[in-house]
Write a protein that binds this ligand. Structure first.
Ligand code: NAP
Length: 491
């Protein structure tokens, strides 16, 4: 079964940081795939921009190499590659000076099509680029700005960054990417909840026992230890990805799928999170750091061997018990955990329903397990509804747990597109539903910042865990204290 492809209008995509890692690994391959599927039409162009001096021809060579490496040469269609490369251009510009901006302006010309500026650069120069775009008269009614995490490292720096770009771009022109929101499963969460009658009546504290959100990586800091050391798991993963997932699970039904209707509801969830501060941080959070161990069958070093600061207490793992103080979720904990160098690469949301109020079956039938809805984001996107059935056959009434399993790849015969593919074109469509609004980002920091401060104030120690495990023992204790367990791997 193939998906329905709707082309987007003609555009010019200017990728600042067009020679960087994000452009090479994600943006160039994603745009290639969209062209291959017929979504990019007319004379749409992609313009790489960075300080390095190179011609458009050299930039095409760079992009072709990126496609060979990250799409795979055997999967490339030569005719599509040729078409793709012919759409590529390059402008050497420096965000910090006037160097090269006249060339970029000349290249863009006076074409009236949608223009998207993707800032695949350090946030330290977001403001400079916005200023230069403004000074050079490159911002028009239908211009858009795309920015990536990290949006700040605390509330004040997030506000400052939002101010810097907000000076020249209206909020409805700013697209703050959280690529988790572009995943099929995440969008399917909206479909499951709001396109079916089945779930919404039981989507509340009366029927749901708790929710687990896990984003587990087997990778470590991969040579970027000193960069990572300044942020840690709570800033890198929880403030954005995990809280965004929590919001989509917990929000009230919006009145429409309009971007602001959805984002208004997510904001209410963030504002309803019970504060965690020095009075309760020890009960609600666990921070960890990996020691030497194994990953994918090979020995790997400790975090402290990968950073310069040998005393660093930056967390590579965090588990948090969050509570949402409203009628729908009173008494329903949302357990979140994320970490590097964990046992498996896996991201999923588990909705754990309450047990049946009374069992009519005798002991021989076996233990009744509660229903679970599992939304898997990676590695294999899909949804599983775990239910109890009668074990088939004549052996009497024996019960067993089975998964109604819908792997998107198996069911639809196609690999889910990379999240960036969807999001890059949503920018052109002007659809902000899957992007974070300024007040959401700031509300998330308002909840996260006191946790980070409380760790310092209470000297909460970073618990060590062996690389290749499921994190520190204290993370297990965090949930088992409540009589519950982490669902480690249902695959
Ligand atoms: P990177 O590999 O270091 O690339 C940075 C890019 O910015 C290069 O193209 C660089 O080219 C350009 N640049 C630097 N200073 C400039 C200036 N003054 N004017 C114009 N261009 C300049 O970084 P990255 O990994 O792609 O990450 C870019 C941003 O995306 C970062 O904020 C990062 O946190 C975020 N991000 C990255 C990923 C990822 O997977 N890599 C994922 C999520 C978020 P020149 O040196 O030639 O100027």
């Amino acid at each position: 079964m193939t998906s329905h492809i709707i082309p987007v209008e003609e555009f010019d995509y200017v990728v600042f940081g067009g020679t960087g890692d994000l452009a090479e690994r994600k943006l160039i391959p994603s745009l290639y795939h969209r062209l291959e599927d017929g979504q990019i039409v007319g004379s749409s162009r992609i313009i790489g921009a960075a300080r390095s001096r190179m011609s458009s021809g050299e930039y095409r060579e760079f992009a072709e190499k990126a496609l060979n490496e990250h799409v795979g040469s055997e999967k490339l269609d030569p005719a599509v590659v040729e078409d793709f490369l012919s759409r590529l251009h390059y402008a050497a510009v420096d965000a910090k000076s006037q160097d090269g901006w006249d060339d970029l302006k000349a290249l863009l010309g006076d074409v009236g099509r949608v223009r998207a500026y993707y800032l695949a650069v350090s946030p330290a120069i977001f403001g400079d680029i916005a200023d230069r775009l403004n000074e050079n008269g490159l911002i028009r009614e239908n211009s858009r700005l795309v920015i990536e995490k990290p949006i700040g490292r605390d509330l004040q720096s997030a506000r400052d960054l939002n101010e810097e770009v907000g000076r020249h771009f209206r909020e409805d022109q700013i697209f703050r990417i959280d690529h988790y929101l572009g995943k099929e499963t995440v969008q399917n969460l909206l479909a499951l909840r709001f396109a079916n009658t089945l779930y919404e009546p039981v989507w509340n504290a009366a029927h749901i026992d708790h929710v687990q959100i896990t984003v587990a990586e087997t990778l470590g800091v991969e040579g970027r230890g000193n960069y990572y050391d300044k942020s840690g798991a709570i800033r890198d993963m929880v403030q954005n990805h995990l809280l965004q997932l929590l919001c989509l699970v917990a929000m009230e039904p919006p009145s429409s799928s309009d971007a602001n209707a959805v984002r208004d509801e997510k904001l209410k969830v963030l504002r309803a999170l019970r504060p965690i501060n020095s009075a309760n941080v020890g009960d609600f959070t666990v921070r960890g750091q990996y020691t030497a161990g194994a990953a994918n069958g090979a020995a790997v070093p400790a975090y402290l061997d990968e950073v310069d600061d040998k005393q660093s207490d930056t967390e590579t793992f965090v588990a948090i018990k969050a509570e949402i103080e409203n009628w729908r979720w009173a008494g329903v904990p949302f357990y979140m955990r994320t970490g590097k160098r964990l046992a498996t690469r896996m991201s999923e949301i588990v909705i754990q329903f309450k047990p049946v109020p009374h069992s009519i079956f005798d002991e021989d039938a076996g233990k009744l397990a509660s229903n679970q809805l599992v939304l898997r984001l990676q590695p294999d996107e899909g949804v599983q509804q775990i239910i109890m059935i009668k074990d088939p056959g004549p052996g009497g009434m024996r019960l067993r747990q089975v998964a109604l399993d819908m792997s998107f790849q198996e069911s639809f015969g196609a690999k889910s597109p990379d999240a960036y593919e969807r999001l890059l074109l949503d920018v052109i469509r002007g659809n902000q539903t899957l992007f974070m609004r300024r007040d959401e980002v700031e509300a998330a920091w308002k909840w996260i910042e006191p946790i980070i401060s409380a760790w310092g104030e209470t000297s909460q120690t970073v618990r060590k865990y062996t690389a290749g495990s499921w994190g520190p023992a204290a993370s297990v204790a965090l949930i088992e204290r409540d009589g519950r367990t982490w669902v480690d791997d249902l695959n």
